[in-house]
Design a protein around this ligand. Structure first.
Ligand code: ADP
Ligand code: MG
Length: 388
């Protein structure tokens, strides 16, 4: 048997010195978006957004179709002029500065590769246009091919590559001029699920290796969670929440964010207890009292929603011994998904609650059956109160 590792106080010192990500310090933001609005005639596509992005961030703009993500990205690139507001990159006001004069590149989707050029020529394109020639080009193309792990395919044409490989060529091409800021609009949208997941990790490694600031647009919440240092959730031209992935998921600030990022159960109710770190809500919909232990300011009798994620709900045959966050219902539906089971439970109010349970052993999927009476319960720190 090995003895437990002794704690070496000098290690603790080292850990305490771990460098904080720049967005957690008071470092100067690399991109400053100040009250940016974009109108197309009388339609407002981007509505008074202010946002700071820091060096080395992999910032994701996440939102549904038409929420204004691409428009915001195109304004950063300089393809679209803001109707009002200011964008500063590296401290410089970008007003009137043409796309090619910004320290920025935008990665277009794979179909933007030149079909008649080889991979090498496609990647070299931006350098050659700047008049760079000879060994310098060769060296930098080779570096880029290495970076995206396509070293052996430089002589192929785009139509001789898989979708994932074309995507990597597009990435190499957009990085060869060493932009300080790379903008990626749905970069993995054309890839199938498995390849997309693999490529997400590669993208993180590349970003990490180069230290370039990335702004990625996606409508895929899992992709945003995987990639991002921070996520800006967009809706109707507005960023409704900006936070680290964990915070966005665990502490959504509105029903919109709670529902857009992951799956959630929402119970409407009225505040009955409002103490500094406990809020209790009486919910007819849930058929009980729901208590939450995080400090959000509510008023007595205020109409709110309590949000709880399906994986945080316990399901049991016996009533658990807890006075709140414990409700009763009947199993309406069960879906066995292999790694987990999804239960739909109908409450006496008619409300349906979604519960997911990991199948921790082979039998656990079969514990319950249709119409079983069950109790659902969760902890005070597993739910949040939403006032909007
Ligand atoms: P997203 O990328 O989030 O799907 P977009 O930024 O592309 O959304 O578009 C936001 C809204 O602005 C959409 O309703 C879209 O139709 C509109 N829009 C975008 N570009 C133009 C344009 N050039 N002219 C008119 N409307 C536009
Ligand atoms: Mg778009």
């Amino acid at each position: 048997m090995t003895s437990p590792q002794k704690i070496d106080p000098s290690n603790i010192g080292e850990q305490a010195q771990i460098k904080l990500p720049s967005w957690k310090t008071d470092a100067k933001p690399f991109v400053q978006i100040e009250n940016i609005t974009k109108k197309f005639d009388d339609f407002t596509a981007v509505d008074n957004i202010s946002l700071d992005i820091y060096e080395n961030e992999l910032f994701c703009l996440l939102g549904g179709s038409g929420s204004g993500k691409s428009t915001l990205l195109r304004m950063l690139a300089g393809f679209e002029a803001p109707s009002s507001g200011r964008i500063l990159i590296d401290g410089i006001d970008m007003a009137g500065i043409q796309p090619w004069n910004r320290p920025v590149n935008m990665m277009f989707q794979s179909y933007a590769l030149f079909p008649h050029l080889t991979v090498n020529e496609n990647i070299a394109f931006g350098l050659k246009r700047e008049g760079i020639r000879g060994t310098e080009v060769k060296k930098r193309v080779a570096e880029m091919l290495d970076l995206v792990q396509l070293g052996h395919l430089g002589k192929r044409k785009p139509n001789q590559l898989s979708g994932g490989q074309r995507q990597r060529v597009a990435l190499a091409r957009s990085l060869i001029k060493r932009p300080k800021l790379l903008l990626l609009d749905e970069p993995l949208g054309a890839l199938d699920k498995k390849l997309r997941e693999e490529t997400q990790f590669e993208l993180i490694n590349i970003q990490d290796e180069l230290g370039v600031t990335f702004v990625v647009v996606t409508h895929d919440q899992e992709e945003a969670m995987t990639l991002a240092t921070r996520i800006g959730v967009m809706n109707h031209g507005v960023i409704v929440q900006t936070d680290e992935p964990h915070e966005v998921y665990e502490y959504p600030n509105s029903r919109f964010v709670a529902e857009f990022v992951g799956s959630v159960n929402l119970f409407q109710g009225e505040v009955t207890t409002d103490e500094p770190d406990t809020v209790c809500v009486t919910s007819t919909e849930a058929g009980g009292v729901l208590c939450v232990n995080h400090g959000i300011s509510c008023a007595p009798n205020q109409e709110v929603h309590v949000a709880v994620r399906p994986e945080k709900v316990r399901i049991s045959e016996q009533r658990p011994d807890q006075p709140f966050n414990c409700i009763e219902g009947n199993i309406l539906d069960i879906a066995y998904m292999g790694s987990l089971s999804v239960f739909k439970v109908k409450l006496p109010s008619g409300k349906e609650v979604r519960v997911t349970q990991p199948n921790i052993n082979r039998e656990s999927g079969g514990r319950f059956t249709w119409d079983d009476k069950v109790f659902l319960s969760w902890d005070m720190d597993s739910c949040v109160v939403l006032t909007s």
